[in-house]
Ligand binder design. Structure first.
Ligand code: GRF
Length: 190
């Protein structure tokens, strides 16, 4: 599989630590970043995983960027693409090219709070629980079929930093679990 990132890459690290085995049944063969300064690129390098950067500014438009990204992924022979903090929208052409082979981790119980600032918006709304969702990516924003979800309880007054820490902790176990299930063909997209 390949992992797409834009930043810190703690989810990438969880996948490297819990699943990655070079030449084994689950192997991360490439890490692509939208930013050259993403800390996750250093995690890939430390693990000996090939990486590449696809900054939007280097391409005429998103379509050209996604074409180059898709060609790179195909050259690696990947079977699954994991969006782990990849902060850019992908074109419908890209989604069609890798139909049912792209998953994303999102910090809310979708369909609640899709999009940016999901944790803060859940707290602002005063909900009693939020959580984490791993889902297949379709043409919408955080709308595809759900693979796994796990709730995180909230109490008020809320400490955002503490909630973020708990949500990220859940991500780091839920995402590897979802990948393992997909690899074991225990997930069927309807
Ligand atoms: C995570 O909260 C993920 O849910 C969201 O972006 C964040 C990425 O964090 N899509 P990291 O780069 O994996 O540390």
């Amino acid at each position: 599989m390949a992992v797409l990132i834009s930043g810190t890459g703690t989810n990438l690290q969880a996948l490297l630590d819990q699943l990655h085995s070079p030449g084994g049944p689950i192997e991360i063969v490439g890490v692509a970043s939208s930013r050259s300064d993403a800390m996750g690129l250093r995690r890939a390098e430390a693990a000996g995983v090939e990486s590449a950067v696809f900054p939007q500014a280097d391409y005429e438009d998103r379509g050209a960027r996604d074409q180059a990204l898709g060609d790179w992924l195909d050259s690696l022979g990947i079977e699954l693409v994991v969006l782990a903090g990849f902060m850019e929208l992908l074109t419908s052409e890209f989604i069609g090219r890798f139909r049912d082979r792209v998953i994303n981790v999102h910090p809310s119980l979708l369909p609640a709070f899709p999009g940016l600032r999901a944790i803060e918006r859940a707290v602002e709304a005063g909900v009693e629980e939020t959580g984490v969702t791993v889902h297949f990516v379709d043409e919408g924003i955080d709308t595809g079929p759900i693979v796994l979800q796990q709730a995180v309880e909230l109490s008020y007054p809320a400490d955002i930093a503490e909630i973020e820490q708990r949500v990220h902790g859940v991500e780091h176990s839920l995402l590897p679990r979802a990948v393992r299930m997909i690899a074991a063909k225990q997930v069927h997209d309807e």
